[in-house]
Design a protein around this ligand. Structure first.
Ligand code: Z5A
Ligand code: MG
Length: 290
């Protein structure tokens, strides 16, 4: 018989399962999962979030086993959990992406959703530090090279994003590959197609919320004009490039009016995101532009 080490489960913490009669849990699970998978993925420990990535037949088996052996309610709930959603916020500079990402993160947490917030560029990695120096105009880089660095900065977080989604955690992303393509292709000599290549295959967003505001209005907001790219003519070109990317109907673009108040925009975002989370939980994780 299986027993767990805890009467309650904190999201993200391992749950230790033991057989009362001696044999390992992985032996017991191997009859369902196949021995290699059970041993390598569980090896005596069952992470509730790992279980959420299982095929339906295995998930059903766990649900039945949980009921039969009276596993704690929250453990059962997490075993039945589905995948999280990848939610991207995009737009030209100063439209309120970071403000809305934070509001969304807090709102989803308060509603009891498992959620992570990340942003690109992630300036905390080695690649990100180089990008940051470039944006602050302290370091010059070839335009092709810096484009590839922005893409590499996303690839270095792909497994973390995927792991979170698989264990039922939704991931909010402040700028993604669309910024990469829009900003580089706004420079002369770059096509959208060339710019997309380096990001082909990263996790596909379940929704891309485009905060739409004319660059002239955005540049009147606080903080505009400090870094590289922050000038009106360039931002207008970037805005055009985003519009071209939005023609891709294989992606779930939602265009939102970013001139409205922070609260009104937040309400619109949360309602779209709740629908996305409910819908995406039963779908496989996609690969961008593949
Ligand atoms: N870049 C690239 O080239 N390639 C890539 O692959 C990627 C990025 C990922 C740095 O980005 C640069 O990198 C960026 C694109 C390029 N280039 N530029 N220029 P960043 O994300 O680090 O940039 P940032 O400094 O955070 O600015 P931002 O993201 O553009 O701003 P925002 O996040 O959209 O806005 P905010 O910080 O939330 O709000 C700005 C101000 O407006 C602030 O004072 C708010 O209080 C105010 N605000 C927000 N919402 C409202 C509303 N609704 N009404 C009135 N005022 C508001
Ligand atoms: Mg921002």
């Amino acid at each position: 018989m299986l027993q767990s080490n805890t009467s309650d489960v904190t999201p993200g913490e391992p749950i230790v399962l033991r057989q009362k009669s001696g044999g390992s849990v992985s032996q017991s699970l191997s009859s369902v999962l196949g021995s290699a998978r059970a041993d390598s993925r569980l090896s005596g420990y069952a992470r509730a979030q790992t279980l959420s990535g299982l095929p339906q037949a295995a998930a059903d088996w766990f649900a039945q086993a949980a009921a039969r052996f009276h596993w704690p309610v929250r453990l059962r709930a997490r075993m039945a959990a589905k995948r999280g959603s990848l939610i991207v916020l995009e737009g030209v500079d100063r439209v309120g992406k970071s403000t809305q990402c934070k509001r969304l993160y807090e709102a989803l947490r308060q509603r009891g959703r498992a959620v992570k917030l990340i942003c690109f560029p992630n300036r905390n990695t080695e690649i990100g530090r180089l990008i940051s120096l470039y944006l602050e105009k302290k370091y010059n880089l070839n335009d092709h090279a810096v484009h590839l660095l922005f893409a590499a900065n996303r690839w270095e977080q792909v497994s973390q994003i995927r792991n979170n989604l698989e264990k039922g955690v939704s991931v909010i992303v402040d700028r993604y590959a669309f910024s990469g393509v829009a900003f580089t292709s706004a420079k002369s000599g770059f096509t959208l197609e060339w710019c997309k290549q380096a990001d082909i295959g990263i996790p596909k967003p379940d929704v891309v919320l485009f905060l739409d505001l004319e660059p002239l209005a955005a540049m009147k907001r606080a903080g505009f004009g400090i870094e590289r790219y922050e000038n009106l003519a360039f931002q207008e070109m970037v805005h055009q490039r985003f519009k071209e990317l939005m023609k891709d109907e294989s992606l779930n673009w939602k265009v939102l009016d970013a001139s409205q108040s922070i609260d009104a925009l937040h309400q619109e975002i949360i309602s779209k995101v709740e629908k996305t989370i409910e819908k995406a939980m039963d779908e496989p994780i996609g690969e961008l532009w593949k």
